[in-house]
Design a protein around this ligand. Structure first.
Ligand code: HEC
Length: 106
């Protein structure tokens, strides 16, 4: 019983450790991404895609692809290159959690 509890507690802690940190994502977004994408991901300039409300998996993949060169864009390559795996996870979760006027509510 004690062992089971220890194992369960361990799994819970692992989940907490791997959960995205929205506050860290918001801080990084404000610092680095907001100039183009808007602090909440609702860019007002058609040259810069809206990130708000986008699926976080999609955002994370786009960032990993810019970083690896699988998706080629001179502007985003530089910004993605500076992001850690954790930054990508936090930023993707943060922008995904933001409301977009384009999001359809069912
Ligand atoms: C100097 C302006 C600029 C900054 C700063 C910037 N981006 Fe971008 N971002 C762009 C442009 C331009 C594109 C479109 C590139 C393309 O066509 O692939 C883009 C595309 C993206 C995409 C793909 C969107 C999609 O719909 O496929 C993501 C995700 C993204 N940026 C995230 C970020 C994050 C996170 C940051 C901050 C770490 C950031 N960007 C900072 C200009 C910028």
């Amino acid at each position: 019983m004690k062992l089971l509890f220890t194992l369960l507690a361990g799994v819970c802690l692992m989940n907490i450790a791997s959960a995205a940190d929205l506050a860290a994502g918001a801080a990084k977004a404000k610092e680095v991404c907001s100039a183009c994408h808007g602090a909440d991901g609702n860019s007002t300039d058609a040259n810069f895609p809206r990130l708000a409300g986008q699926h976080s998996d999609y955002l994370a993949k786009a960032l990993r692809d810019y970083k690896s060169g699988d998706r080629n864009n001179a502007i985003m390559k530089g910004f993605a290159a500076a992001l850690s795996k954790k930054d990508i996870e936090n930023l993707s979760a943060y922008f995904s959690s933001q409301r977009s006027p384009l999001t359809v509510k069912y």
